[in-house]
Design a binder for this molecule. Structure first.
Ligand SMILES: C[S@@+](CC[C@H](N)C(=O)[O-])C[C@H]1O[C@@H](n2cnc3c(N)ncnc32)[C@H](O)[C@@H]1O
Length: 253
């Protein structure tokens, strides 16, 4: 079983390079702007990773708390002092420990897990428990917002897949030069027992220096929507906005 947080501890160093080759942060902030109401002021990014500068440009005046289960991802956010100082709080916290987080910091108007994060859950119970924790951590009429890849049912194979993603083949994603060395990142996609597995291979000047694997639980949106309802949410948004790379669901308490 892949330990995603352990993988992030290694991959944190390369994460920005990977997301920098497309606008990742801007669409996330825009999504929040479109899904939140003016009354939603105290926000929790519960899978903040290395932070998102666009929040403070697109959502001025909000009180934004950030948490993540990876110390190494957070270290990079904290190292950017200008960005770090904009957050109300930045704390290391795993999703299973959200109840304790809410005891400490109070309730929120919105909680979100974006940039393809919730799929890192180990199983459906893990997602369901997270939803139950979130409904307790939200104020009345508060919103939970999550996204996931646009999984598609492949009838021939009888399971979900990510359309357009090359499978079973090592693919060069990017190459960049830093401090006189050339760093290359490759990926390799496979599917196993309802999960998409993405392995990343990192090379420096042609020599392998690291490899990590991530797992993404593939769940159809209708199943996630019914889990939201079971936890007590009213589903207020479902779909893929044209500017956004993932499928989005939002529930209101
Ligand atoms: C794909 S990254 C997205 C980060 C950020 N939202 C972004 O869009 O750049 C997923 C994040 O979820 C965090 N994460 C994964 N599993 C977690 C867990 N069980 N508890 C807390 N954070 C977790 C990882 O550490 C990682 O920072």
């Amino acid at each position: 079983m892949i330990d995603n947080l352990k993988s992030y501890s290694v991959f944190a160093e390369y994460y920005q390079s990977l997301i920098n080759h497309r606008d990742h942060a801007g669409p996330i902030a825009r999504l929040l702007k479109e899904l939140l109401l003016p009354s939603h002021r105290k926000l929790l990014d519960a899978a903040c990773g290395q932070g998102n500068r666009s929040y403070f440009e697109i959502l001025p005046g909000m009180s934004i708390f950030a948490s993540d289960g990876s110390e190494q991802m957070l270290e990079r956010l904290k190292a950017d002092k200008a960005l770090f100082s904009k957050y109300e709080q930045v704390a290391e916290n795993q999703w299973e420990d959200l109840p304790g987080f809410f005891l400490k910091w109070g309730k929120f108007d919105a909680i979100f897990f974006l940039g393809n994060s919730i799929s890192h859950a180990s199983d459906l119970d893990d997602i369901e428990n997270t939803f139950y924790s979130c409904i307790e951590g939200l104020e009345g009429a508060g919103r939970l917002i999550i996204d996931m890849r646009r999984w598609h049912m492949d009838d021939m194979r009888g399971h979900l897949i990510e359309p357009g993603r090359v499978e079973g083949k090592r693919r060069l994603l990017l190459q960049e030069t830093s401090n006189g060395s050339q760093v290359s990142i490759f990926d390799f996609c496979s599917y196993d027992s309802g999960r998409q597995i993405i392995d990343y291979f990192i090379e420096k000047d042609g020599e392998p220096i690291a490899s990590v694997g991530f797992s993404y639980l593939m769940v159809s949106p209708s199943v996630v929507a019914s889990m939201l309802r079971k936890a007590g949410f009213r589903v207020v948004f479902e779909g893929s906005p044209d500017y956004y790379p993932y499928y989005v669901l939002s529930g209101e308490k």
